[in-house]
Design a binder for this molecule. Structure first.
Ligand SMILES: [Fe+2]
Length: 611
């Protein structure tokens, strides 16, 4: 496997005037993704799960690559470079070294994982040639954290910035500090400091997520939601087993953790001796806590969250000291901790912070492509990407034909304003609906392209959406989408620092006193909300809906959650959106300019729409 270097570059070698076309790929861990960058323009980016319907699909993103090529009007032959987001041999080396150093512990898991590597992963190039139809000379590899850093910096609004990447683990690295610079000589990303496996804030969070009975790489959001119900009375225990040094490096006491040698069990009996018995995954959790155990679990979640926030603040302060930069970009799974991000905004030393919409591994594909383009290829950077709508679109004519073919009565609107007015009427009547517009979002958040929307003023709306539509844990909060011009009325955020965080729902905000009274369905138990700021320039149709809803309600805010059912990926196509609508108790569904109502579909059997 080759490494990305200037020698690999064949773009323009003969002086020909051609565009540089790069595909980035992340795969084989979770949230596989592909991205297409043409001469620095991010043309398309999507997670494989949106096409395969397998949540967090970790396979080679064959369908996502196919989508990117089709959207860009290219064949795989026309792509200059296909860049993998990490170095497989270094990851393999970590597995070998860590397992052998712990031998004979975890030897059964070791044999299993070796089987996967020896039969497939080590021969990744062959799979790519076979499945994608590419050539060997197109394939290159970046580094995991460098891909995160590139994704964070190269389409940020900054010419120079400190970059922090923090996740579970890449090849070896778990946390990094970089400096990114773009000037007249090009773009550079310089590594200043790194922390390596097994010491990792992301793996600490994952291990406690497992301890609390939630699925790793899925349940971290639940732990964040649960934390708001507890008090951090176990913080001293976390400080006992996790040492933070002056240079913001973290040392975990590995007597309490087993993720370095066991593929399934992340923690040891010593952790249960310290914190009490772990929660059984299927056990009922009642909140606000009615039992001692539920209180303990929410307190442990609160303690973990508090420790994470303190650690990230220390890391950010250290990055500021060693870089002297004014701006910060964040990436890696830990950058999706929107509660910690508020603390970094409010108490951190940086003047401005940017977190991209797909800060986790899905964004690594984009970062790999951007690094190849701008740093290796020397292509000038484009303006900051101010939206996340990089997925597949839906054609208006397809929607009308689909409903006609299904025999479903629907209303088709001539103008966007008429459609938004009809949807606002539905919302004012207390209805909950699906909202599908344009290209789907890149990243884990629904930002008004594939959303479920409802009136946030109704006290029972949160419970109703949870019990009848999303079928998920009651303690998880719902997020609001808010007109950009009304943000200050409803939400309290650090002055002047939030411009680049709120469009992608990357940080929570404190709900204003008026908001707490008026918007009960989106106000979490701790008085916060993970707000999305909706700009007319970047999200015009959703902005118009909010405006028309405000005309009737006085409130330019909607409850906005992703268009999916529990344990399913967010919808991609109009067919998936309709199937989700039929399998839930949503009242209406609008796709582009067509609106269907559940009352008109009662004659259709739900059995026709299996999950
Ligand atoms: Fe990562």
């Amino acid at each position: 496997m080759e490494t990305v270097s200037a020698d690999d570059l064949h773009y323009g070698r003969n002086g020909e005037n051609v565009l540089m076309k790069v595909i980035g790929i992340s795969a084989y861990f979770h949230d596989s993704s592909a991205a297409l960058v043409i001469d620095g323009e991010v043309v398309a980016a999507a997670q494989e799960e949106r096409f395969t319907r397998l949540k967090h699909d970790s396979g080679l993103p064959v369908q996502a690559v196919r989508f990117c090529l089709e959207y860009g009007g290219l064949t795989i032959d026309e792509i200059d470079h296909i860049v993998f987001y990490e170095k497989p041999l270094q990851r393999f080396e970590r597995l070998l070294v860590t397992h052998l150093s712990e031998f004979p512990k975890g030897s059964a898991q070791f044999v299993n994982s070796m089987g996967r590597w020896l039969s497939k992963r080590l021969w990744m190039k062959n799979e790519w040639i076979r499945e994608l139809g590419c050539r060997a000379d197109q394939i290159l590899c970046s580094e995991h954290h460098l891909s995160h850093a590139a994704a964070a910096f190269l389409h940020s609004p900054y010419d120079r910035a400190a970059i922090i990447t923090a996740d579970g683990v890449g090849e070896w690295v778990t946390t990094s500090i970089y400096r990114g610079v773009t000037d007249s000589s090009g773009s550079r990303i310089e590594k200043l400091q790194e922390l390596v496996f097994p010491h990792s804030i992301g793996l600490l969070y994952a291990a406690i997520t497992a301890y609390l009975g939630f699925e790793v790489n899925e349940g971290e959001y639940k732990v964040m939601g649960l934390a708001a119900y507890g008090t951090p009375r176990y913080l001293d225990k976390f400080e006992e087993i996790c040492t933070v040094n002056d240079d913001a490096s973290l040392v975990l006491d590995m007597n309490y953790f087993s993720y370095n040698w066991h593929a399934k069990n992340a923690f040891t009996p010593a952790l249960e001796a310290l914190l009490g018995p772990a929660r059984k995954p299927d056990s009922k959790l009642t909140l606000p806590a009615l039992t001692d155990d539920d209180r303990r679990f929410s307190d442990i979640a609160a303690s973990l969250q508090k420790f994470t926030e303190s650690y990230m603040l220390k890391l950010v302060q250290h990055a500021h000291e060693i870089t002297g930069e004014k701006n910060l970009t964040l990436a890696g799974g830990v950058a999706l901790n929107c509660v910690a991000n508020l603390k970094l905004l409010g108490e951190g030393p940086f003047e401005s912070i940017y977190v991209q919409s797909a800060a986790g591994d899905a964004g690594g594909a984009l970062g790999a492509a951007l690094y190849m383009t701008h740093v290796i290829g020397g292509i000038p950077r484009r303006p900051a990407l101010n939206h996340a709508f990089l997925g597949a679109p839906i054609e208006k004519w397809e929607v009308a034909r689909f409903f006609s073919d299904c025999g479903v009565p629907f209303r088709r609107f001539d103008t966007t304003t008429d459609m938004c007015r009809a949807v606002a009427d539905c919302l004012m009547a207390g209805e909950v609906g699906g909202w599908v517009q344009g290209r789907f979002e890149h990243g884990p958040r629904a930002l008004g392209a594939r959303s479920i929307i409802a009136d946030p003023r109704q006290p029972d709306m949160r419970e109703r959406v949870n019990r009848k539509i999303k079928f998920r844990e009651e303690f998880r909060p719902f997020a609001p989408a808010c007109l950009a011009e009304d943000m200050k009325r409803w939400f309290v955020l650090p002055e002047g620092r939030v411009e680049y965080m709120t469009p992608f729902m990357c940080c929570v905000a404190n709900v204003s006193e008026e908001g707490k009274k008026m918007l009960p369905a989106i106000t979490h138990v701790d008085g916060t909300a993970r707000v999305q700021r909706v700009e007319a320039a970047h999200n015009p149709v959703f902005h118009e809906l909010l405006t028309l809803f405000k005309e009737q309600s006085g409130v330019g805010v909607l409850l906005n959650t992703s268009l999916n059912l529990k344990d399913e990926p967010i919808c991609n196509s109009h067919g998936e959106a309709f199937a989700t609508f039929m399998r839930s108790e949503m009242d209406f569904l609008v796709i582009e300019n067509c609106l269907v109502r559940k009352e008109d579909c009662q004659w259709l059997s739900r059995d026709e729409y299996p999950s």
